[in-house]
Design a protein around this ligand. Structure first.
Ligand code: HSE
Length: 448
């Protein structure tokens, strides 16, 4: 079919489930850029049906030409809809609707990382059986086209590792903690007041949202099934302002990173706060911005930066998926880009390695009695386990605890060691009578 004939086709018809922030952004950008989008896709893309519980508000937003319903099932079942955009979120009704859309032969675009990270295997298998596409660019890092980059742009590479700042809320909180010297709880309250953090920010601050996204990146980078249940997840709730300050003095910044890495024993998949050298580009990603570093064996290190959330940035990713589907829906399913980048019958069974087996370096902060022999006993434990020290920082006791204080902070950076061994060292150091509070341990990534 030549371009002229294609451009004469009637628009592809899209049903939108959920006209919230991203849904209305999608509607607005599609309308504003409709001509350019049509020239790219080869035919128009029109939202013809919207499901939203607040029908009056939705109708006012989309105008009289679009059918608005309050029951999403009507959209999913409609014979007049070719593509369903799911922007409801969560694992409940969204899962049922996505599976019903697939069963009725519709292609699906979703921003729902939680759904795909947990139920992706079932959803992609259903889509495969029905010969439809489930596209999810908007599910990871909002407007940054990281799925496209990993799945297509980097397909020559054996991907070695990915490290990303993939949650804007926590990056905003960490940036504020560093700028203003405030503790986590104070900044969280401020972020909620300003509307940056959700009223219930649990998934963000506990690292769950970032782990959903890391799980999806891991699957498409290494051709493994989505395995959120095997991801290690640690959030930022335990971070203290003094750790951010000490890290800074040692030349590092603390970021919540989603990391997935190819190692001898399989694949690492983990989300936790990490010290990274202040000179790395990733360390300078501030506020609510997202960034992902991908290291491939051929290309080396590449960096993707942009807005990880918000109405039109996320809409940008949703619409890119609509364009892809519009171009490819008539293609033989075997000629499309596989959901998880690798052909379904060529997936890898590489295991996610347990956290005790990962190898990394560490930042340790110990509140200790300021007396002779304390440093020697702590470093003696590390030495006895073969853990090499990279740097030590000890503050004057007066500086830490006020004049006449008999306690001080001992901060240690180690070289790489296996996590199980560090756990042993931590248990032994914690048992010392001169260690006066729970030891803070933050992992450190050089990202070299
Ligand atoms: N809550 C997410 C964030 C945005 O703070 O980055 C959507 O994934």
């Amino acid at each position: 079919m030549n371009l002229k004939t294609t451009m004469n086709l009637s628009p592809i018809r899209v049903g939108l489930l959920g006209l919230g922030t991203v849904g209305s952004g999608t509607f607005n950008v599609l309308r504003r850029n409709q001509e350019e989008i049509r020239r790219r896709a080869g035919r128009g893309i029109e939202i013809t049906m919207v499901a939203d519980l607040d029908m009056a508000r939705a109708q006012a937003l989309v105008g009289e030409d679009v059918q608005v319903v309050d029951d999403a099932r009507l959209v999913v079942a409609s014979p007049d809809i070719d593509i369903v955009i799911e922007l409801i979120g969560g694992y409940g009704i969204a899962k049922a609707l996505v599976l019903e859309a697939i069963e009725s032969g519709k292609h699906v675009v979703t921003a729902n990382k939680a759904l795909l990270a947990v139920h992706g295997t079932e959803i992609f298998a259903a889509a495969q059986r029905k010969g439809v596409m489930v596209a999810f660019e908007a599910a990871v890092a909002g407007g940054i086209p990281i799925i496209k980059a990993l799945r297509e742009g980097l397909s020559a590479n054996s991907i070695q590792w990915i490290a990303g700042i993939i949650n804007g809320t926590t990056n905003f909180i960490l940036s504020e903690m560093r700028d203003k010297g405030l503790d986590f709880a104070a900044v969280l309250q401020q972020a909620q007041r300003l509307g940056y953090a959700e009223a219930d920010p649990t998934f963000d601050i506990q690292g769950v949202d970032a782990a959903h996204k890391a799980t999806l990146m891991s699957a498409i980078a290494f051709g493994i099934p989505v395995q959120f249940d095997k991801a290690y997840v640690e959030g930022i709730t335990g971070l203290a302002a003094q750790d951010i300050r000490y890290a800074e003095q040692l030349g590092y910044r603390i970021k919540l990173l989603g990391i997935t890495k190819r190692v001898a024993g399989g694949i690492e998949l983990r989300v936790h706060p990490s010290l990274i050298p202040a000179k790395r580009l990733l360390a300078n990603v501030e506020g609510a911005m997202n960034a992902v570093v991908v290291h491939g064996d051929a290309v080396g290190t590449t960096l993707y930066y942009g807005k990880g959330a918000g109405s039109e940035p996320t809409a940008s990713a949703v619409i890119a998926d609509l364009v892809d589907i519009t171009r490819l829906h008539t293609a033989d399913p075997g000629h499309r880009v596989p959901h998880l980048a690798f052909q379904p019958d060529a997936m890898s069974d590489l295991a996610i390695v347990p956290m005790s087996d990962i190898v990394t370096s560490y930042y340790l902060r110990l509140k200790v009695a300021d007396e002779a022999g304390v440093l020697a006993s702590v470093t003696g434990i590390l030495a006895s386990l073969g853990i090499s020290i990279d740097a030590v920082l000890q503050r004057e006791a007066d500086e830490v605890g006020g004049e006449g204080s008999t306690q001080t902070d001992l901060v240690i950076l180690t070289h790489d060691c296996v996590e199980a061994r560090m756990n042993d060292a931590l248990a032994q150091m914690q048992a010392l009578a001169t260690v006066l509070a729970p030891i803070t341990r933050i992992r450190k990534e050089e990202l070299a």
